[in-house]
Ligand binder design. Sequence first.
Ligand code: AR6
Length: 197
Amino acid sequence: KSGALKPAAPSSSSLPAYSHLSNRVALWQGDITKLEVDGIVNAANESLLGGGGVDGAIHRAAGPELVKECRTLNGCKTGDAKVTKGYKLPAKHVVHTVGPIYSRSNAGTSRSKLQSAYRRSLEAATEADIKTIAFPSISTGVYGYPIEEATNVSLEVTGEYLADKESSQLELVVFCVFGDADKHVYEQVIPKHFSPQ
Ligand code: AR6
């Protein structure tokens, strides 16, 4: 009798410890490319041909097949979203969206474009039969959108979308925060939009 312990499951197949905000919404801190969900959202640019930040991380982890598929899509307008396969990612699909470059003098337009990026991502995910999806904090890096306002937009649009029965096939939306400061902001803003389960 060996008495050996069962080997630990490889980390890629173990479910991350999401902290649930409601039965269909969760917050998770870490690298979005590690998440084993149906779809991860990419904060891309209009070319869809890659870049820095989360876009660069997703393309590196997915491998060169991703940019090949992206080349066939003819870009993506700000506020719109397009779906590809996930290739070497643990996620089956990538939902590429383009958030606005924040403009303080045009804050209303920036806000409606950010709302549209979240809404179109959720719609495109629904069309692709994605049931579990993870979002990074769109536009809040290189594109300069203030994190607190962007967080309100992401939670508001997602809450509205999930309340609509047409979207009932979406089982889980994960907000993936990278840094501690962003996590803190989500924790502050969440109670305005979701009541604890
Ligand atoms: N996992 C999760 N979140 C991440 C990761 C990661 N691996 N890496 C960065 N973040 P940004 P944007 C967070 O700049 O502002 C690109 O060049 C990051 O901390 O990636 O929408 C595109 O090609 C921040 O909170 O996206 C575009 O040109 C968030 O992701 C432009 O940047 C978004 O930051 C898009 O700018």
